[in-house]
Design a protein around this ligand. Structure first.
Ligand code: 5GP
Ligand code: MG
Length: 205
């Protein structure tokens, strides 16, 4: 659907000192992978793709759902740029992944307004897909409801790490297998307010 993702996997990253970055963050970052301007440019293109897709559907009633908390920046930039005829509402979902002993892995998914889902065209808006387990769990949770349709928009895709298959309609960037922070993404709740997408130094992980 729409424009192609931007692939930055083979592109040399930027030096951190080329950017104005919060002083405490400077020493923690290995590089800047994608600048805020590049991200915003791509988000605008995704907004066009999404608008175009839902404009072609009849009786649409789009319910855009932000996956807390990492997707908050992406969501806040994306949804005001959507432009199509039809009802539009916003919501949030929390997905908490617990890795227990013996490889046990479960994701607790909570939609905060469960009565909003039935009959709507659901657009799940997520910051990053890695193994794919979080999005898979969110999509499986939607099986308990009766939405009209379900699509996924993901800003950053670390495809190399995929363990379970997830169908993604709208992808922002293909990124390398590095731990990234900024533009809403955290490490231990830090770095969400870094404007750009940066790579954390191994020594910080
Ligand atoms: P998955 O279930 O696809 O393996 O993981 C997705 C979730 O893991 C994302 O929603 C995000 O919270 C976290 N995650 C995966 N990779 C990264 C990363 O490089 N940086 C940050 N900050 N979070 C990540
Ligand atoms: Mg997330």
């Amino acid at each position: 659907m729409g424009s192609s993702p931007i692939d930055v996997r083979e592109r040399p990253p930027y030096a951190v000192d080329q950017f104005r970055v919060k002083t405490e963050y400077e020493s923690d970052l290995e590089s800047i992978l994608i600048s805020e301007g590049e991200i915003e440019n791509r988000v605008a293109a995704l907004a066009d793709d999404i608008s175009e897709e839902y404009a072609t559907r009849s009786g649409r009633e789009l319910y855009a759902v932000c996956v807390l908390k990492g997707a908050m920046r992406f969501f806040g930039s994306l949804t005001p740029q959507l432009d199509f005829d039809g009802a539009f509402s916003e919501g949030v979902v929390r997905a908490d992944r617990y890795s227990g002993g013996e490889g046990a892995d479960r994701t607790e998914v909570r939609f905060l307004e469960r009565d909003m889902i039935d009959g709507k065209d659901i657009l799940i808006v997520e910051d990053i897909i890695d193994e794919g387990r979080t999005l898979r769990a969110i999509l499986e949770r939607l099986d308990d409801y009766d939405p009209n349709s379900v699509e996924v928009a993901v800003l950053f895709d670390k495809e190399a790490r995929r363990a379970v298959d997830v169908d993604i309609a709208f992808t922002g960037f293909h990124i390398p297998d590095e731990f990234v922070v900024g533009y809403g993404l955290d490490y231990d709740e830090e770095y969400r307010n870094l404007r750009h997408l940066g790579v954390l130094k191994d020594s910080r992980l």
